[in-house]
Design a protein around this ligand. Structure first.
Ligand SMILES: [Zn+2]
Length: 458
């Protein structure tokens, strides 16, 4: 009897432990929660699609019994990075034409190439390529607008990435919609198909003020509000856009949007480079989320967005890569964090503005807020979706380590990402994509690249 009791007592801690699908443990867990806790020798427990525990390894080990484990003693665990603005299939136009003015790049290269090349097959291959690059670099959520957005959603789901996706609405013929009405009808079908999906948040995506009419913009807002989905757009990207709006309508692009009711509902605006103080006040009052794209703004010489002022006004400013063609030739969020911090220092001549902590916030919890998803993603907390990454800390550029935020933003690289989980599904293990055949994705991309090259020959 005594033997049996001792045996049962030995088993008791195991029986009392809660079941979890996974326990990830690492040298640090960078939570990005409200207290910005960094837990040394930390661990995260995951059950189904949710995080169920975050704490020290001994706390998590005594509370949970896991079926599978990721042990990364020379790594840090962080929330998955959020790319708040991109056009994923444009990865197949990477480097097709660079160092040009936006108008020349669009009119001489991209529009002709798109007219000849963009098909569902192209979009699927380009999205797979972009998702491969994003996932291997630690991005777990991306916000996107392009054409054949249903194919982008299918490819994102296949790769296992989370997407806020909207079909581009334009006032001129696009590869899959001849009119803005066609694009709006496509968008409504798209919303009905993907609303409630565990990975896809459908959105309405009027391209910009200068590529739409007042009618198509109003119709886009109405459609977004009818289904309770976000509206994503480009806003005040260039000086010319601002000057034109003031010349034609006597108002800044943000004020024109306001007068059309465009901000009356969840809105995510990319760029926001040319905002004055009144515009910033307006965006803050309306709760508009901003996707700041430093690489794109630098490469296209668009200017420097007033990020410090926007953050001080309480605007949720996330980070986006834009591109990956022309405006930025990759989807590397580590680079965007680094540039976001440094660009504000250059423009303000103050090294203290936008410190590393804030740059990491922009790539995680603030990006989630910009997309209206802060209750679901953006930090490592019990109850949130299990979107997390482990980043190696043993490369030469990662040693020694005094401050995890400084290391993440100024030293670590996309190539240091070791493991990636989205919605409880492990999609990258030991730097290898589990959901795609990498060799096939790259071969398909090269095949499409050759077609694009021949389409541009006179
Ligand atoms: Zn864009």
């Amino acid at each position: 009897m005594r033997l049996i009791c001792s045996f049962l007592l030995l088993l008791w801690p195991l029986a009392a432990a809660e079941q979890a699908d996974w326990i990830w443990s690492a040298r640090y867990v960078v939570t990005m929660d409200a207290g910005r806790r960094v837990i040394e020798n930390g661990a995260v427990a995951i059950q189904g699609d949710r995080i169920v525990g975050v704490g020290t390894q001994s706390e998590i080990g005594s509370k949970f019994q896991a079926r599978q484990r990721i042990r990364a003693p020379e790594a840090l665990i962080a929330p998955g990075l959020i790319n708040a603005h991109t056009h994923a299939p444009m990865s197949l136009f990477r480097g097709v034409a660079d160092d040009l003015k936006l108008q020349d790049w669009l009119e001489k290269f991209i529009f002709p190439a798109e007219a000849k090349s963009v098909t569902p097959d192209f979009v699927r291959a380009g999205t797979r390529l972009a998702c491969l690059e994003m996932a291997l670099g630690g991005t777990t959520t991306f916000a996107d607008m392009y054409y054949f957005e249903d194919v982008i959603a299918e490819a994102a789901k296949e790769c296992g990435l989370r997407g806020v996706l909207g079909e581009t609405i334009l006032n001129f013929p696009a590869p899959d919609a001849k009119t803005p009405q066609d694009a709006l009808a496509f968008t409504e079908r798209f919303i009905r198909r993907f609303q409630g999906d565990p990975l896809i948040v459908p959105a309405v995506a009027p391209h910009a003020l200068y590529t739409n009419t007042d009618e198509s913009l109003r119709a886009a807002r109405t459609l977004a509000n009818r289904y309770g989905v976000p509206l994503i757009t480009h806003l005040s990207e260039t000086k010319q856009e601002r000057d034109d709006a003031i010349a034609k309508q006597g108002k800044s692009p943000a004020q024109v949007f306001q007068s059309l009711g465009m901000f009356d509902g969840r809105t995510v605006a990319a760029h926001c480079v040319w905002l004055d103080d009144a515009d910033i006040k307006l965006l803050a009052a309306k709760g508009v989320g901003v996707a700041h794209c430093p690489s794109s703004n630098m490469k296209l010489a668009s200017g420097v967005a007033p990020v410090v002022k926007m953050l001080a006004a309480g605007i949720a400013v996330g980070l986006g890569t834009d591109g990956p063609a022309g405006s930025n030739n990759d989807t590397d969020m580590f680079e965007e964090m680094d540039l976001a911090a440094k660009l504000q220092k250059v423009i303000t001549l103050d090294p203290q503005v936008l410190p590393a902590t804030q740059a990491l916030e922009m790539a995680t919890i603030l990006g989630a807020r910009a997309l209206g998803m802060e209750k679901e993603i953006g930090s490592l907390e019990s109850g949130k979706r299990a979107d997390l990454i482990a980043v190696r800390l043993d490369a030469p550029h990662a040693v020694p380590l005094y401050n995890v935020y400084s290391q993440m933003v100024y030293a670590l690289k996309a190539g240091d990402v070791e493991h990636v989980m989205v919605n409880g599904r492990l999609i990258v293990r030991a730097g290898r994509m589990l959901t795609l055949d990498q060799a096939k994705v790259l071969a398909d991309a090269a095949k499409h690249g050759a077609k694009v090259s021949s389409s541009l020959r006179p």
